[in-house]
Design a protein. Structure first.
Length: 582
């Protein structure tokens, strides 16, 4: 159901909402920038979204739905889970004998329609709508969830209050009984279900002096989820310990464990960590969707020269590809995306990980268990006897693992791994510090990817242009001429555009999206170890010197990529500087 732009233009003219000269100018601009006509009509404020969507619906011959202030039956709404609805701007609106009516912003998104059809079992009837309608419907998810889970948790907490108040220090037997109490089970199940539906990556359960705080990490930022009575703390901790197979009566030492659930066909793994604090044990639950797949390098943020460099590195039969960055920067997701590309019947892929974050078919994944002697180094040593073509080592954290990874790449294997450094160039001295000789680094390391994750702006965002003072201040931090050349090279802007003419965006806070951001995308730098870079490594050049040379050879740095993505309207400059300066 792709829209014919010539036909769309004809109906727009007939509507009288825009003059012929304006429309022709926008047509020319759209061709020059390789953008859709409707995108420019909206971004330049020539038409309201509601008017444009109504005309598009008329062109396509399908109904237009205005869902603003419309109450949707939650049983119908929840046919499409909130994360899918939010990420794809699709709302289940009405169910009938004919099928399931879904309101969408992009009715030619056939993969999403097909996915919903398979998941729900209904014939899908696409309807066109606008952004305010989508936002209003998404708000109904949250209100229903907060009401549903809030009521359950508060009700069960009240039921427990009297029982727990009467008990003092609890034995292991008492804690086990408490963990198996129906109210406690309902509270923990509700906290986990709510977190999954909110697309949270972590649940923090934190005891205070008078209350128990529950926080969710969503898109890398912690948000308060709810405050519970302090009396339920020991019961919740005991229940999580039972699920993760931890010692119930051990409260003085930290403990780590994991458990799995199957929710609506999705296998979800949870890593649990408990830590003694002044007011009791703090529990953190990391949520990992094991069968997450289908990511592409483009969807995680790679583009242009950086994308080409990564693809080129994957054509190698031997050598090392490293992903660098701090904890939580998306390194592992990038490596899994690369593994998904490499995962073909003719190759044997093996991994050593801690933990196994996503389960992938046809890949032999080994979980590290240091307590029984199965370390990264020992696991890698054993892997080499299994005739692998491609090896992924979860993390290079010591000299032994680094040495084995280097030797594996020298003996005809493609080795993927992560390393904790702040920049791509910084990975080289880190390997040297671990005892890897420079001549071995230049023989093995092919590509180093460094990255961070920035939050993405929602469709509802405030447009503005940089002032001369803001541009002057930006020039002190980053080479704007380089960024401008990258934007022109990838045809994001026109040949004559300058930073004064490029629109940037700020988040608009709303009830449904608290801070104006939803989801995350990577900002990356990809350092290719060229002949000149190899010479610098042998001369023990500093990371700064290596980065200067890499920039001369076309590398876009992380901050430059951040400004590039801000110029695309994907994120804000404030978010880029928040992340890069961390």
């Amino acid at each position: 159901m792709e829209i014919d732009e010539e036909k769309l233009g004809k109906y727009i003219l007939e509507s009288g909402l825009i003059s012929r000269s304006e429309l022709e100018a926008i047509f020319e601009n759209a061709k020059a920038k390789n953008k859709k006509l409707e995108d420019l009509l909206l971004s330049e404020g020539k038409m309201s979204e509601a008017d444009l969507r109504r005309i598009e619906a008329f062109v396509l011959g399908i109904p237009f739905l205005n869902l603003v202030k419309q109450k949707i039956d939650f049983n119908v709404l929840s046919i499409i889970p909130e994360p899918i609805a939010r990420n794809n701007n699709i709302i289940a609106y009405k169910k009938s004998e004919n099928g399931l009516e879904v309101a969408m912003l992009n009715v030619d998104d056939l993969p999403v329609i097909d996915f919903i059809k398979k998941r729900s079992g209904f014939k899908i009837l696409p309807r066109l709508t606008d952004s305010p309608s989508i936002r209003g419907a998404l708000l109904q998810y949250r209100k229903s969830l907060e009401s549903e889970f809030g009521d359950i948790i508060q009700k069960e907490s009240s039921a427990l209050k009297v029982v727990i108040d009467e008990k003092g220090e609890k034995s292991e037997k008492e804690l086990k009984e408490m963990a198996e109490d129906l109210p406690i089970i309902k509270i923990v199940d509700s906290l986990i279900s709510h977190a999954i539906l909110q697309n949270a990556s972590d649940i923090h359960i934190e005891p205070g002096e008078n209350e128990l705080a529950v926080r969710y990490r969503i898109d890398g930022i912690l948000h308060d989820a709810m405050i519970l009575n302090k009396n339920v703390a020991s019961g919740i901790t005991a229940r999580v310990k039972v699920l993760a197979n931890l010692k119930l009566d051990e409260k003085r030492l930290p403990q780590d464990g994991r458990f799995k659930i199957d929710q609506n066909g999705d296998k979800i793994s949870f890593r649990v960590s408990t830590l003694p604090t002044f007011f009791g044990e703090k529990t953190v639950i990391r949520i990992l969707k094991e069968n997450s797949h289908g990511l592409s390098l483009e969807s995680v943020g790679f583009h242009g020269e950086a994308l080409e460099r990564v693809h080129d590195s994957l054509k190698q039969k031997m050598g090392m590809v490293l992903a660098a960055g701090p904890t939580g920067s998306g390194k592992t997701t990038t490596l899994y995306t690369i593994l998904d590309i490499l995962n073909k019947p003719e190759v044997n892929i093996s991994t050593v990980e801690d933990p196994i974050e996503y389960q992938m078919p046809r890949i032999n994944q080994t979980q590290v268990k240091p307590e029984i002697g199965l370390t990264f180094a020992n696991g890698l040593r054993s892997l080499l006897r299994q005739d692998p073509d491609i090896i992924m080592v979860g993390e290079i954290r010591d000299g032994e693992t680094a040495g084995l990874a280097v030797n594996a790449s020298l003996t005809g294997h493609l080795v993927l791994s992560t390393i904790h450094t702040n920049s791509a160039a910084g990975a080289i001295p880190r390997l040297v510090d671990m005892g890897v000789e420079p001549f071995l680094i230049i023989s093995t390391v092919k590509t180093i990817i460094a990255q961070r994750l920035v939050r993405k702006l929602t469709a509802n965002k405030e447009k503005y242009f940089l002032s001369s003072l803001e541009i002057k201040n930006l020039i002190k931090i980053v080479d704007l001429d380089r960024v401008l050349s990258f934007l022109k090279e990838e045809k994001i802007i026109g040949a004559g555009d300058t930073f004064e003419k490029i629109p940037f965006y700020r988040p608009i806070k709303s009830v449904e999206v608290e801070d104006g951001y939803l989801g995350r995308i990577g900002i990356q730098e990809v350092l290719k170890v060229t002949a000149s870079i190899k010479e610098m490594i042998l001369k023990n050049s500093s990371p700064d010197e290596i980065e200067v040379q890499a920039k001369k050879e076309g590398m876009m740095t992380m901050i430059e990529d951040g400004i590039f993505k801000a110029a695309q309207g994907l994120t804000s400059l404030e978010e880029v500087f928040r992340v890069v300066s961390e």
